[in-house]
Design a protein around this ligand. Structure first.
Ligand code: HEM
Length: 363
């Protein structure tokens, strides 16, 4: 494993106006910075922003009770709005904030259309298939987000994630190891917004689809929610660690339908023989998690949707932190998902809230 490194360029990103893994230093720097966004303290501080977005989505569904709901679109808007709010360190504020939000909604629906098309990409589908127009719109959006953040910096003592990045951008010079160019700031933002929202949306859709196909499991999930949350209460993040059955359902969905089935491609830094196969230096290597997650040597009845297999495990076994090579929906090693702590919180909060608030059936 330690001879495999991530490829230094991303297919389909060559036309993008901002930097994405374009220099060897940058790919490691971005990892550190993305982790900076997702510290426990920062995530806890912005719980209100996530909650607000989920509550808005619930009231949107409530107004449309009885009509078909596009779960993907709903999850996409919650995830993107929550992520951008966290990046800005607060809500979209004032007239400028409103214009930006409208602008982002337009881009979001264009992105949603692209995401809905057949997946031909090997990395983040949305990034790889960005057309020039979307690319341009995204660039404009990132510039307006950066403008809002620059203006807010003057008024607020507490620096949001973006303000922190802009601070580093200001310090930009050759000698400064932590310096950033404006293009790198944009690249990092695009990576976080697109990388985080497409995957979260996909997992909300798959989990809801599995539950609607398995009504007994749906009922058990709802019972779990009633027991932990209480029938007349709204779901809070403090409830999430106690929702053991929903946790098992989500893990089982990750197993059968990982959001990035081939993870992020690696390349071999030197020639090696692995499991009897020669892998020449410089080969692009894909780890097929989709296949490992369905391997009958590892999983009993691998094609069966059975959340219980994750209920009976010993603590730590089959977690998704990249320590167990049989189950790696968030990858493993240096290129492991840097958004995992936020992904966990957003995914469970959206699913738990939707499932606890409504009775779902197919149209
Ligand atoms: C359910 C939601 C998510 C899933 C299933 C997921 C899954 C993944 C996977 C499989 C990888 C590649 C790991 C590897 O190849 O070893 C990855 C990378 C990444 N993810 Fe996530 N992710 C999710 C949400 C998020 C969120 C919310 C963010 C940010 C806010 C995020 C940011 C990233 C970034 C920046 C990388 C690239 C890391 C690197 O190359 O160093 N992800 N994700």
């Amino acid at each position: 494993m330690n001879t495999l490194r991530t490829h230094t360029s991303r297919q389909g990103c060559n036309d993008i106006a901002f930097d994405s893994y374009s220099s060897p230093n940058w790919k490691n720097k971005h990892k550190v910075l993305a982790s900076e966004l997702l510290t426990t303290a920062r995530l806890n501080a912005y719980y209100g922003l996530r909650r607000e977005q989920v509550m808005k989505a619930i009231s949107g569904v409530f107004k449309n009770i009885g009509k078909p709901i596009d779960i993907g679109k709903l999850a996409f808007l919650v995830a993107t709005n929550a992520t951008i709010s966290i990046i800005l360190g607060g809500k979209f504020r004032g007239e400028k904030g409103d214009t930006m939000k409208d602008h982002f909604k337009d881009i979001s629906s264009e992105l949603m259309e692209l995401i809905g098309k057949p997946n031909v990409s090997d990395i983040f589908p949305a990034v790889a298939r960005l057309s020039k127009e979307i690319n341009q719109s995204l660039n404009e959006l990132l510039e307006s987000v950066i403008q809002v953040a620059t203006e807010e910096e003057k008024n607020e003592e507490k620096l949001g994630f973006l303000q922190l990045l802009l601070h580093l951008e200001g310090k930009n010079n050759e000698d400064n190891a932590s310096s950033l160019t404006m293009n790198q700031v944009k690249g990092l933002l695009a990576e976080i917004v697109i990388g985080g929202t497409d995957t979260t949306t996909t997992m909300v859709e798959w989990t809801m689809a599995k539950l609607i196909q398995h009504l007994k499991i749906l009922e058990k999930t709802k019972n779990d929610l009633t027991n932990v949350v209480g029938l007349n209460n709204v779901v809070e993040e403090s409830h999430l660690p106690n929702l053991r059955y929903l946790n098992a359902v989500t893990k089982e969905t990750f197993r059968l339908h990982p959001a990035l089935p081939l993870l992020v491609p690696r390349y071999s830094a030197e020639s090696r023989n692995l499991g009897g196969y020669n892998i020449p230096k410089g080969s692009k290597v894909f780890l097929n998690m989709w296949s490992i997650h369905r391997d009958s040597h590892v999983w009993d009845n691998p094609l069966e949707f059975k959340p219980e297999r994750f209920l009976n495990d010993v603590p730590g076994k089959f977690d998704y932190f990249g320590n167990d090579f049989r189950f790696m929906p968030f990858g493993s090693g240096r290129r492991k998902c840097s958004g995992l702590p936020l992904a966990e919180k957003m995914l469970y909060l959206i699913l738990a809230s939707m499932l606890h608030s409504f009775e779902w059936k197919l149209p």
